[in-house]
Design a protein around this ligand. Structure first.
Ligand code: UGY
Ligand code: MN
Length: 252
């Protein structure tokens, strides 16, 4: 990581009761099993938070790769922020080349290996699948964020598009939320699901659990269940964020 903040008491990063905001200057890289040393930042994980998923920011130099299967025992989602990686699944002989803006969902039962064909940064989400008797497991999904068509929504004064199908087999969603400058939520949401939010572009003011925080591109926000939330996009240009949300299950 190359971000620096010389004003130690003035980072925008903060930890509230039902949320936290990690700004780039607050990120501390870690060595995780199977990944190159100090290539991963843990954005969200159950340790120390209510999170029931893991979200990781992984930065690879060209030629870097995994030395062990990743995501064993979990369902996994990868979105490439920039660069290019080659992914192989342990199940069958499936493989994918993912460039900036491409994503891949692998249902539980597929672990995977990655290799960076160019310097790359990715978001990796993993979760234990919440299986339900009578509901089949979800399929593999591959796509491009730019190709995800959004639905205009008055409630958020923007559009939201689903990277994964709106299908009861999936127990989480990855959504792209898009806003024009000045767009604002018409309601403050309170819901039982949690969020992992990665700001892709633009920025604004996020209302979180009674606080108003300044958010910008490359920030991460964790929102716990029942965190009051609303966004106002500021600035002239568009804003967008990639949003994890557990869905389609009753909270047990
Ligand atoms: O779908 C959602 O929960 C979404 N509107 N929340 C958010 O953007 N904070
Ligand atoms: Mn929400």
């Amino acid at each position: 990581m190359t971000y620096r903040n010389d004003h130690l008491s003035s980072s925008r990063g903060r930890v509230g009761n039902r949320y936290y905001l990690m700004t780039p200057d607050t990120l501390v890289p870690n060595s995780l099993p199977g990944l190159p040393p100090y290539s991963a930042v843990v954005l969200a994980a159950p340790q120390g938070t209510p999170a029931r998923f893991g979200e990781y920011l992984v930065t690879l130099t060209k030629g870097d790769g995994s030395s062990l299967p990743l995501g064993v025992g979990f369902e996994n989602f990868i979105a490439v922020l920039y660069g290019e990686i080659f992914v192989t699944s342990s199940k069958g002989d499936m493989s994918w080349t993912l460039g900036g803006g491409d994503y891949l969902f692998l249902p539980e039962g597929n672990s995977f290996l990655i290799k960076a064909s160019r310097a790359a940064r990715l978001l990796w989400v993993k979760k234990r699948y919440s299986a339900v008797d009578g509901i089949d497991a979800p399929p593999v999904v591959e796509g491009r964020i730019a190709a995800v068509v959004g639905t205009e929504d008055d409630g958020i004064d923007g559009s939201w598009g689903q990277l994964l199908p709106d299908d009861i087999r999936f127990d989480f969603a990855m959504n792209i939320m898009r806003f024009k400058g000045g767009a604002r939520f018409r309601m403050a949401e309170i819901h039982h699901q949690e969020h992992g939010l990665y700001m892709l572009e633009g920025g604004g003011i996020y209302h979180l659990d009674g606080d108003h925080v300044d958010v910008q591109a490359n920030d991460f926000i964790y929102m716990a269940p029942y965190c009051t939330q609303a966004f106002t996009a500021t600035g002239q240009g568009p804003s967008s964020y990639l949003l994890y949300k557990d869905v389609n299950r009753d909270g047990f």
